[in-house]
Design a protein around this ligand. Sequence first.
Ligand code: ADP
Ligand code: MG
Length: 483
Amino acid sequence: MSFTLEGRTGPWEIVVGLEVHAQVISKAKLFSGAATAFGAEPNSQVSFVDAAFPGMLPVINRECVAQAVRTGLGLAAEINLESRFDRKNYFYADLPAGYQISQYQMPIVGQGSVEIVLEDCSVRHIGVTRLHLEQDAGKSFHDRDPALSYIDLNRAGVALMEIVSEPDIRSPEEAGAYLRKLRSILRYLGTCDGNMDEGSMRADVNVSVRKAGESFRTRCEVKNVNSIRFVMHAIEAEARRQIEVWEDGGQVEQETRLYDPSRGITRSMRSKEDAHDYRYFPDPDLLPLVLDPAWVERLKSDLPELPDAKRSRFMRDYGIPAYDAGVLTVDQAVADYFEIVAKGRDARLASNWVTGNLFAAMNETGKSIDDAPVPATHLGQLLDLIADGTINGRIAKDVFEAMVESGEAPEAIVEARGLRQLTDTRAIDTAIAQVLDANADKVAEYKSGKEKLFGFFVGQAMKATGGKANPAAVNEALKRALS
Ligand code: ADP
Ligand code: MG
């Protein structure tokens, strides 16, 4: 089903292309040896190159290049064995050189693709136009002093990958799915930590609208949106604004806009600059970047299993549904956790426990998978106790809660609290006899045809055993007692 927005003149389709800036994970900057750690004392990680002292020369960081190549490979993209660095010229106080070293006409990575799975389980492929390497700028602070602006150059020169998508995205949901998938791939690869709230992944959102079957109309670019939720909101807000402009007989002007999350609207920032405004030209300080094909091959063979491949393998090897496999493979640590629990056990049950009870416990405790509220080995042991009949599924939930609280192994909790499943038929028969005695009126109703009451008796009998009875045994015994 396609997504449209309703206007006065009927339905409109949304067209979106995303430019994602992803900060490269590397110890040093793209062209200098200065450190890149987040949150350091301002201006404590700045080399002479980053501060653009006269006569300083950039030297490319091989690891940043490797990270870009890994990312390209992870996006099933073309790797360009020869690429080039250009200067993008503009003036701003947090850009001491007066230009940013970027890649314009010959990026290191060409066309690729990202597979997204939507809510209704349909699959789409979003084209990646290119990925290029560039320097980040410093950071300006205009709100610390009434008269002064502050500049922090720690970020100046840090390597960024700009990942540009084709205008293939057709709804806020698809944009969200694309960004989540891209972030997941980057994290698997270890090339970007994907933390949007620390600014290590930011998105520029290009939006236009059109009537079905038309060619593309003019787009606007919403700059630097810093959460997936805001990207989705910004798309809808900007599309609605454009629909109104067109329907009022106006013309959407190509421009750069900002999203204001507190008001849920976009507002104009500046009219769109063109490439020629930046006077791009090849950086004379840098040679063309030429990659050894054997080196690229080595990087390729060292790639980890990526989310799509893992999802397929989980469906195939563990027989779990596509949706669950997708959820389990978003995060590599979750996937690893699941595999420890599932190994040699009922994998569907393992999947239900991880995506259900474990995720709920993570939400409640605010813990991440890396310090999971219950270790994977303990959850595995809990499933063993269910499988061998030591406890029933109902009691298992209580045991799990106790595991979250105490950190103890399930076996110890079951023993200490006497939660072993009651399979002793005599004890079950006694409990049932008590229940039937206490509810003679209902027994009579049951016998005169009100068969729905059977469930009531099961519930009462389970209660009488403190929930510990084997439910199947209770069913059997009840049938016998009532016949
Ligand atoms: P620029 O160089 O001006 O930034 P690009 O051609 O690089 O322009 O495109 C930037 C982004 O805009 C890409 O992600 C692309 O998919 C997207 N885009 C291009 N045309 C449209 C359009 N008509 N509607 C929405 N997005 C578009
Ligand atoms: Mg662009």
